[in-house]
Design a protein around this ligand. Structure first.
Ligand code: SF4
Length: 264
């Protein structure tokens, strides 16, 4: 566990950085940011391998009035897993919208709470002999690599902990593949019906690409090996330069945009 996480646990970090205004605003806006590792069927599969994935569900696309998915396509927005499982409940949708607005309107307070929750999640996982990891874009595509708290980049605050995400941003993916990302942040590119050129470039640069397939997974796609991405969500354990195959789920079954690939 990183030293800062231990320090967080003792409250030293907060004693030194919280002012009264911040304390009051946190009390007004406070809600839990991170989901539990068992809250979502997909990330719950990580537990089989000894990992606990904690993540953030924001309100995707422009549902909150703020666009958290700048590179979304029509197909992915229509098929988004935002409404899967408990996401169907109005209270959950309202909570995601509130959380997203909190992120945009009170960034410093949001980050303070997030840092605190990550510190607590690490402690809890370690206590239960699990390895913690974090997927902050469960239903968003934000550049977490740039987010800072108190002038320090989030991922540098927790250098010994693994973060991972999927993205449709070629720019982010290119930076990642060039080694310009925090060492503890893994990215997988997401193919959609409108980013064929970018998908090809990512594969040529040696990156991994997630693709959604109709009914079943092929063995290869465009000459690249397809692995079963539904087995776990632990993308940072995947081999390099492969296709992460996902079988269509939920609203994706109705997709007619080309977001879901027809291979069988
Ligand atoms: S980019 Fe991801 S989170 Fe955003 S709308 Fe598309 S599938 Fe949903």
């Amino acid at each position: 566990m990183c030293r800062l996480a231990l320090w967080l646990g003792r409250g030293g970090f907060f004693k030194k950085t919280i002012d009264n205004h911040t304390k009051i605003t946190i009390l007004i806006t406070m809600q839990k940011i991170l989901t539990n590792p068992t809250a979502n069927a997909k990330i719950n599969k990580s537990t089989k391998k000894g990992f606990w994935t904690f993540g953030i569900h924001l309100a995707p696309a422009k549902l909150s009035g703020f666009n958290v998915c700048a590179w979304a396509s029509k197909g992915c927005a229509d098929a988004c897993l935002n409404t899967a499982g408990r996401g169907r409940m109005t209270a959950i949708q309202e909570s995601r919208i509130k959380k997203t607005r909190w992120f945009y309107n009170e960034r410093e307070n949001f980050m303070l709470q997030l840092v605190k929750e990550i510190g607590n999640a690490i402690k809890l996982a370690v206590k239960k002999s699990q390895t913690p990891c974090f997927r902050l874009n469960l239903t968003s595509d934000l550049a977490w690599e740039s987010q800072k708290f108190n002038g320090v980049k989030l991922m540098e605050i927790f250098p010994d902990v693994q973060f991972y995400d999927y993205t449709k941003s070629f720019k982010r993916m290119e930076k990642y593949l060039k080694g310009e990302f925090p060492k503890n942040y893994h990215l997988t590119f997401s193919r959609s019906e409108s980013n064929a050129k970018e998908t090809e470039k990512v594969l040529r640069l040696g990156g991994n690409v997630a693709c959604v397939f109709r009914n079943e997974l092929p063995k290869t796609w465009q000459g690249y090996k397809v692995i079963n991405g539904d087995e776990t969500d632990l993308r940072f354990l995947d081999d390099k330069n492969i296709i992460v195959g996902l079988v269509e789920k939920g609203l994706a079954k109705e997709d007619e945009t080309g977001f879901v690939l027809e291979c069988s």
